[in-house]
Design a protein around this ligand. Structure first.
Ligand code: HEC
Length: 188
């Protein structure tokens, strides 16, 4: 019963005298992260659309293969946050593979979708181990099926097999969660 007076003292303290929170502004970080995702997703979709219209999906593969990672690196440098793309069914077996916490978040996104949430608005934000972590679900649109669907044109299938022998990123349907954008920032 010795701890009881201490406990009641703590409870009696006004909230502003309780131990201080770490000094970061989570709302600002989430806004920055959303901005970084937009800075990557916007130009990427435009480049993909232009390339698809110009030469079809087989010739647009390079947008996803070369331009997407380049753009992710330049946005990361510009925003001071690490921006990547991951998936439970990844195509790129190096940079597309989620780590442990990202896998858990992606699995949770699938659960949230099953319970009725719209993949377009599913996201996650947390500060863990002094690291800000943000993820945003990437929904599968009709245009994505040309390279991530169940029936690929033979030239597309051939090009993908050649570049990605361990490809897991086919068989998606419109509205599925294709993966997620990940934004990470170490807080000091
Ligand atoms: C022209 C073919 C093509 C189209 C169309 C396409 N993708 Fe991809 N996608 C790829 C390739 C190739 C990669 C692997 C990129 C790399 O090496 O990092 C990829 C990778 C990804 C990744 C990264 C994770 C992983 O699997 O490695 C995501 C997320 C993704 N695509 C989502 C989409 C979405 C959403 C759409 C529709 C808006 C789309 N893709 C349309 C070819 C395509």
């Amino acid at each position: 019963m010795k701890s009881k007076p201490v406990l009641s003292l703590l409870l009696a303290l006004p909230w502003f005298m309780l131990p201080a929170h770490a000094d970061y502004d989570k709302t600002a970080l989430v806004n920055d992260a959303k901005g970084a995702v937009k800075a990557l997703a916007g130009p990427l979709q435009m480049k993909l659309k232009t390339a698809m219209q110009a030469g079809g999906p087989a010739s647009a593969i390079d947008v996803c293969k070369t331009i997407a990672p380049q753009l992710a690196r330049s946005v990361s440098a510009e925003k001071g946050m690490d921006v990547t793309r991951v998936s439970l069914k990844n195509r790129n077996s190096v940079i597309g593979v989620p780590n442990e916490w990202q896998t858990e978040v992606l699995q949770d996104f699938e659960k949230r979708k099953r319970s009725g949430e719209d993949p377009k608005t599913i996201s996650y934000a947390a500060v863990i181990d002094n690291q800000f972590r943000f993820m945003k679900a990437v929904p599968t649109a009709a245009v994505c099926l040309k390279c991530h669907g169940s029936e690929l044109a033979p030239d597309v299938a051939r090009a993908l097999n050649k570049a990605y022998p361990n490809d897991k990123a086919t068989g998606f349907k419109e509205g599925d969660i294709r993966g997620a954008f990940v934004v990470v920032k170490d807080l000091n």
